[in-house]
Design a protein around this ligand. Sequence first.
Ligand code: MF3
Ligand code: CO
Ligand code: CO
Length: 284
Amino acid sequence: MSVKPKTPDEIAHMRVACRLAAEVLDYIEPFVKPGVTTGELDRLCHKYMTEVQHTTSATLNYQPAGYPPYPASICTSVNHQICHGIPGPKALKKGDILNIDVTIITPDGFFGDTSRMFILGEASILAKRLCQVTHECMWLGIAAVKPGARLGDIGHVIQRHAEGNGFSVVREFCGHGIGRKFHEAPQVLHYGRPNTGLELAPGMIFTIEPMINAGKAAISELGDGWTIVTKDRSLSAQWEHTVLVTETGVDVLSLSAACPPPPALVDGKIKVAQPLAAPTASPA
Ligand code: MF3
Ligand code: CO
Ligand code: CO
């Protein structure tokens, strides 16, 4: 697997792309309330991207080999949906958990990719714990990023934390390199063994996006050709950031004003590039 580090110019463009993706999530957060449909959230995000940001959605009409074109500007995955949920006419209700995954393309052709969980009103203790543990999994993975570390180190800490809490890690989907393309090498697995896999080097940019199930890890695909659900219909959660390997550690590129801050369990392990503004959303 060859992974070319980004140039300083490419990194500068990626900072902008990833911040814009995060700002779509900041924008949509106040609209995520019981009664709203995922289709309406999609319409609002599309309008914000195109009319306010002058970005385009990377997911709209995205068509990897063997798939139908993806029909929406964001992915909305509710409850037992793991990822790639297609927005539609169904209204969200109190107690639902929702992942919104945003990937934008800047006018100069760079991709930014990030996703968050949203809890509608009061959710069950299990649902809240799943969202929180998954957020912690992502941040533990981020904290493992530094030059000389290896991809297996990231997967290992994520798997250990998920399984240690009685949850399971989805195997079929992974994080990915990103830049002028949506999905590049390397594949960033959310399970693995320490000290295995690609060695990280400054300038690499990739996503960390663990999908964690409350029940078993097995998945199934719905008839729409996109939506992935847990086979046992247990709840699933996902968080995603795009990160840069720096000379000394990691820089999280998809931060924004309303982005939930790192959890206490990574205190002192992360150097964030820019201080986070007061958070308005919380992971759980
Ligand atoms: N944003 C997703 C990721 O994190 C990919 C979504 S592809 C889509 O890689 F077609 F389902 F939108
Ligand atoms: Co991604
Ligand atoms: Co994504």
